[in-house]
Design a protein. Structure first.
Length: 219
């Protein structure tokens, strides 16, 4: 099975598809048969550096892949008779969420974040490891009014941390994190107001070390 799903096998199947598509277009009169034969003749996986292609694809990433991984974590996708309207794919998301939009954030170290705004009433994350191609996804549980709770519990954890800071005379979590998250939110809204213009944020050139312990609020 490893051979079936190897990088060389995947690229070979892609090339076979391109060759078949060229012949189908020639059959339909869209392109000349000579052009189709030329395209098919170039679709030989042995002629390509498969490892280089795989590495380049991993570095480039693909927004469709992590978006689907995040959506599959959601508990609030559109359904019919108790089931999602179709398999969760990028094309399905485009059909079901025609008014969706996204914020693209480029970090100073080259890391990139994409925030998709979809009407699904929960918060889901997916990350693509640029070195290994591994995707990690999860749902960040936050009760929302009218969906999974009667009120959104945003501020109790915040007040808990404020009390901890006063009592223990230390910041219980890196305050730089608040600057960065709030700053990204502000810049994103400004960009939206300016019809998608790029917003530079030199004031957010800060560093911090994340603590080892979990900051999930527990009694």
């Amino acid at each position: 099975m490893r051979a079936v799903f190897s990088a060389r096998a995947r690229i070979a199947r892609m090339l076979e598809f391109e060759a078949a598509l060229a012949h189908a277009e020639a059959e339909a009169g869209i392109i000349p048969w000579a052009a189709a034969d030329t395209i098919a003749g170039e679709c030989d996986a042995a002629a390509f550096d498969v490892l280089a292609i795989e590495e380049a694809a991993t570095r480039a990433g693909n927004l469709a892949i992590p978006l689907v991984a995040a959506l599959t974590r959601s508990h609030n996708l559109p359904v019919e008779n108790g089931y999602t309207t179709d398999a969760v794919t990028f094309d399905w998301a485009r059909r079901v969420f025609p008014d969706a939009f996204a914020y693209f954030i480029e970090h100073r170290d080259g890391f990139r974040t994409t925030l998709f705004m979809l009407p699904i009433q929960d918060f889901n994350y997916a990350g693509l490891n640029g070195e290994t191609g591994e995707i990690i996804s999860c749902q960040m549980y936050l009760p929302m009014p009218g969906q999974s709770a009667t009120t959104a519990d945003f501020f109790n954890p915040q007040i808990h941390h404020i009390e901890t800071m006063v009592l223990e005379n230390r910041a219980p979590y890196p305050v730089e994190r608040t600057l960065l998250t709030s700053g990204m939110t502000l810049a994103a809204v400004q960009s939206l107001h300016r019809d998608g213009a790029v917003v530079e944020t030199p004031e957010m050139e800060v560093r911090y070390t994340a603590p080892q312990e979990s900051l999930y609020w527990k009694d």
